[in-house]
Design a protein around this ligand. Structure first.
Ligand code: ADP
Length: 211
């Protein structure tokens, strides 16, 4: 698996000087502790590095490939989600189309009194746009997919679960929601793009890891 330059440098330093603290690594690399944190997390989660409180990081060697799945299972959706784009049920289809373009997203979540009531995708809107309806007068609630048919995920669930839901339901995006029994507030969104970025980050952009 190909790591990025900084991750490779970190590995080398820890191999040579470990156990070593994040603070010491940051000083050696002339970077802030915050800048290094994501790379150290990736290396630790992937099993290249071990970490002991008060001792620091130590080298563990190359991890087996099946660790990709356990890594995906260990990362919560809340750490990789994007901001949701949400409009009220009473907004028009026209407003939803404008929102899709201005926010540059593929799926919009719809709420009633602040709670998730549905969602519309690009194709939902296209389908409506080629019909005979007056888009400025048609409420988006008329064309959306409704609760309880919306598939969503809680912030603490894993990226592996998100990927499985998106793939299994053949959809592009999931609302990340808080609440229960059909009363959900949307706090984020996870899309195919988030999953793709996550996989690239995992593999250091190296496909061979997945062979
Ligand atoms: P598109 O239709 O633009 O290709 P999707 O594949 O995401 O985008 O949507 C397919 C259908 O599934 C649409 O009718 C959409 O309303 C619905 N949909 C999208 N996201 C969800 C979701 N999270 N839960 C349930 N239905 C969804």
């Amino acid at each position: 698996m190909d790591l990025n330059d900084r991750q490779r440098e970190l590995l080398k330093l820890v191999e040579e000087r470990g156990p070593i603290t994040g603070e010491e690594l940051a000083k050696l690399m002339n970077l802030s502790r915050n800048t290094l944190r994501p790379d150290l997390t990736v290396l630790t989660m992937l099993g290249f590095l071990g970490a002991r409180p008060k001792v620091g990081y130590f080298y563990r060697g190359r991890p087996p490939r099946e660790d990709v799945e356990s890594f995906m299972r260990s990362i919560p959706v809340s750490s990789r989600m994007s901001l949701p784009v949400v409009i009220d049920e009473n907004s028009s289809v026209y407003d939803a189309i404008v929102e899709i373009f201005t926010e540059n997203v593929g799926t919009i979540f719809i709420t009633q009194d602040g709670f998730l009531s549905g969602c519309v995708s690009r194709k939902d809107l296209l389908r409506t746009a080629i019909g005979k309806l007056d888009l400025t007068q048609t409420p988006v609630s008329m064309v959306m997919t409704r609760m309880p048919n919306i598939v969503g995920i809680h912030p603490g669930q894993s990226m592996l679960e998100a990927a499985k839901l998106i793939d299994g339901h053949r959809i592009d995006a999931l609302p990340v929601w808080e609440g229960q029994e059909g009363k959900y507030r949307v706090v984020g969104r996870i899309t195919k793009t988030n999953i793709t970025r996550f996989v690239l980050e995992l593999g250091g952009n190296d496909e061979s890891y997945f062979e």
